[in-house]
Design a binder for this molecule. Structure first.
Ligand code: NOJ
Length: 753
């Protein structure tokens, strides 16, 4: 009884402390709004326009300082020297009329100096807590350099690996992307935004950018409002709910409307429906590019359309600084809209505590950069992000004591800059540990380690003679570790591909290794899913690591030699052939779904007469299924799923579904399984996906150990935007799976009444 009272009491105390926290926040917010009112009332139109102007600079000049003193600039991006930043900030705070601090921004996308795996790799961890920690570390390092705003997380649902920016995404799924995005927002912004180590997050690119036609960057998208609301918008809404302070509009036009000029999305959805009170920035010159789109007649028209749509800050197209004054004088832009934009910008600056603490302690950067715990977190993230796709005969992990020699080969084995991946302006190859360096450090005293990159870089085409020499060399080693993939520059912004096979001679390199007759372990470091079907046959094991960052080498070597066990799962479907793209698991249910017994190209009898009866939805030359499904990943252990159960058979839309299963580690290693919960809504007012991920968890079990894994799924999570474009749970029958990937497992059925 006493214990119960204590528990109840502590509940009350927690509640009380939460309430006083929120009271404190409300008071702080009210004070901030008062200070903004006071400031805006003293600002000239020119000074207001200055706040909406973001410029890129790489250092400080007198001309720049003069502009800042005149109040012509609200934010700078790409200046990273703490001393420079203090100089620029001094011009703003001490020498401008109103003393408004600058907001210093940078693309800190997956780490600052300590580089974490690319976001697609981070998503493969299915470990939001770890991802949050990575973002926190990025914020600690970046803020020490004076950066208080990052253009991350990128929340574009990416179902097209041709698109180079899939590397920056969390993959194809709204649930996973929402979880990863929210984790990053929390990590960047920390406990309180005004903590000097906090940096404002920026949910980008709003919205639909990842669905560009043919996976070609900057291309148009044509998503319906229903697709936007059911698939593309939820991660942004979650980021807003988790406090993201800023949001960036995207480059694409959707259904003919460039995002930067889309009032429906920026005002209706973002502000009115979600209550966003942060700041909206354009992508780089995306306001100006509305002229190239033919959506604006000239840059003045573009400025008018952007500000009236709800954009607050212009990144680098200068259209606000050039035209807003005239537009206001002419009455095409209401000064109150400008005031609102300035208010949104100032609110971010106040919340970050920039008015109180505008300067950086220049000594901090040396203390925090590459701190041992940062490197350790990067190593662990790289380890959890690697996905084991093949392990014939359980060749992995290698037993170092049973080997005398290992040949390390391939263009990615010792390519420190390449393993960092895209968007790593601040990552330093000199501080990056490659697989070659890592294996030498860990096993150099025990194993004879040979090294032959064969190709100097991923695209290099090498001669048949070189490959033959490699086969001969490989035959004299006990095992071959091949590191192949993509140079960092082959993915990321504006780096799209039409062909997703391994570049250069890398497939031939894998085949040459195979001809040696020795065990071949292949590691692919890439910015996207590649079409590796033909390579799988030539390797005993394949570990897909995406670009793993600063500590990729030690993480991969630990995995290869069994000091760690792979637990990553694919955050995106791997196609058999590029022609299947877009291919993703949560596709709509179609008529004539593939039955699994389809005839492939060479099975169709010559001279067969045409018929469409009995034919199903598939490609003659690639079949129907993916090479690997979303959520897939092997372990050095095995897991068995059993006893899938629900607490009830029927639920009200207001109730919570309690689902559980028994997970057993049936292998010989302690290992972690990413347990995934999927749901199918059998009948809807509009066609529903075949399955949707609704929850996941990482469960670690010792050999032979069993555990009941439980999920609590609020039935309201089954809501979707149906025929009448209202979000609601539609009563009916549902299937539910708890499984190790999106394609396996048994289901149970329940109803929503
Ligand atoms: C353009 C990119 O699309 C965006 O993601 C990035 O944040 C800005 N440039 C700033 O570098």
């Amino acid at each position: 009884m006493i214990a119960r009272i204590l528990i109840l009491l502590s509940g009350v105390l927690i509640l009380a402390s939460c309430q006083s926290d929120s009271n404190r926040r409300n008071t702080a917010d009210a004070q901030i709004e008062k200070r903004i009112d006071e400031l805006i009332s003293r600002m000239t139109v020119e000074e207001k326009i200055g706040q909406t102007n973001q410029l890129t600079v790489y250092g400080t000049t007198e001309e720049l300082c003069e502009k800042i003193r005149n109040g012509e600039i609200g934010s700078l991006l790409n200046v990273v020297d703490p001393a420079d930043i203090n100089t620029l900030q001094r011009a703003a705070v001490e020498q401008s009329r109103l003393g408004i601090p600058l907001l210093i921004a940078r693309d800190v996308i997956h780490g600052f100096r300590t580089v974490f795996p690319i976001p697609l790799g981070q998503a493969a961890t299915f470990d939001p807590a770890l991802v949050e920690q990575g973002a926190r570390i990025a914020a600690i390092e970046a803020s020490a350099a004076g950066i208080r705003w990052t253009f991350s997380p990128m929340l574009d649902i990416s179902r097209d690996p041709r698109w180079g920016r899939i590397a920056e995404s969390a993959g194809e799924d709204p649930c996973l992307t929402s979880a990863m995005g929210a984790a990053m927002v929390r990590g960047y912004q920390g406990e309180g935004a005004d903590d000097p180590t906090s940096i404002a997050a920026c949910a980008k690119h709003f919205v639909g950018y990842g669905a560009s036609e043919s996976g070609r960057d900057y291309n148009s998208t044509n998503l319906t409002e229903r697709q936007l609301r059911n698939v593309y918008l939820p991660p942004f809404e979650q980021a807003v709910r988790n406090g993201a302070m800023t949001l960036m509009t995207s480059f694409n036009d959707n259904d003919g409307i460039p995002s930067t000029g889309n009032r429906f999305l920026l005002e209706e959805v973002l502000r009115n429906e979600w209550g966003f009170d942060g700041m909206v920035v354009t992508d780089w010159n995306s306001a100006g590019e509305m002229v190239s789109h033919g959506f604006a007649a000239d840059t003045k028209d573009a400025a008018m359309k952007a500000i009236n749509a709800g954009v607050d800050m212009d990144m680098m197209s200068h259209v606000f600084s050039l035209h807003l004054k005239d537009l206001i004088d002419e009455g095409t832009v209401d000064e109150r809209r400008l005031d609102e934009a300035v208010r949104n910008i100032l609110r971010v600056k106040f919340r970050l505590g920039l008015f109180e603490n505008p300067y950086i302690d220049t000594a901090r950067i040396a203390r925090v950069t590459y701190a041992p715990e940062h490197l350790e977190a990067a190593r662990r993230t790289a380890e959890e992000s690697a996905v084991l796709l093949r392990n014939e005969g359980n060749i992995l992990p290698l037993d170092a004591s049973a080997l005398r020699s290992v040949l390390v080969a391939g263009p990615m084995a010792d390519a420190p800059a390449e393993q960092l991946g895209t968007w790593t302006f601040d990552g330093e190859p000199d501080h990056t540990v490659t697989p070659l360096a890592a294996i030498r450090a860990a096993y150099g005293d025990r194993l004879h380690i040979g090294y032959n990159p064969v190709a100097a870089y991923s695209r290099e085409k090498v001669t048949a003679a070189k490959l033959a020499a490699f086969t001969a060399q490989a035959a004299s080693y006990d095992a071959i570790l091949l590191f192949v993939g993509e140079e960092a520059i082959l993915s990321g912004e504006a780096h799209c591909l039409a062909d997703l096979n391994l570049q250069g001679s890398q497939s031939e390199l894998i085949a040459a290794a195979r001809r040696s007759g020795k065990p071949v372990v292949t590691v692919v470091m890439a910015g996207r899913p590649l079409t590796i079907a033909r390579d799988l046959a030539n390797t005993d094991a394949l570990l897909y690591s995406f670009h793993p960052g600063t500590m990729g080498g030690p993480a991969l070597i630990d995995l290869i030699f069994g000091n760690a066990v792979p637990s990553g799962k694919l955050p995106v479907t791997f196609p058999v052939a590029t022609g299947q793209i877009p291919i993703y698991y949560a596709r709509n249910m179609t008529g004539r779904p593939a039955a699994g017994n389809e005839l492939l190209l060479d099975e169709i009898p010559v001279g067969a007469g045409q018929t469409s009866l009995g034919c199903t939805s598939y490609h003659l030359d690639a079949g129907f299924g993916p090479l690997f499904p979303f959520g897939f990943g092997l372990s050095y252990s095995t897991f068995e799923y059993a006893d899938l159960q629900l607490d009830k058979e029927a639920y009200l839309p207001t109730e919570t579904i309690r689902a559980s299963c028994r997970l057993t580690n049936t292998g010989k290693r302690t290992a972690t399984e990413v347990v995934q919960l999927y749901v199918r809504d059998r009948v809807g007012s509009t066609v529903r996906p075949v399955k949707e991920l609704k929850a996941f968890d990482r469960i670690t079990l010792e050999p032979g150990q069993s555990r009941t894994v439980e999920f609590e799924l609020p039935a309201e999570d089954l809501a979707f935007w149906g025929l009448d474009m209202q979000k609601r749970v539609e009563p009916g029958t549902f299937d539910l799976w708890i499984a190790g990937d999106s394609q396996s497992g048994n289901s149970v059925t329940f109803t929503i009444n």
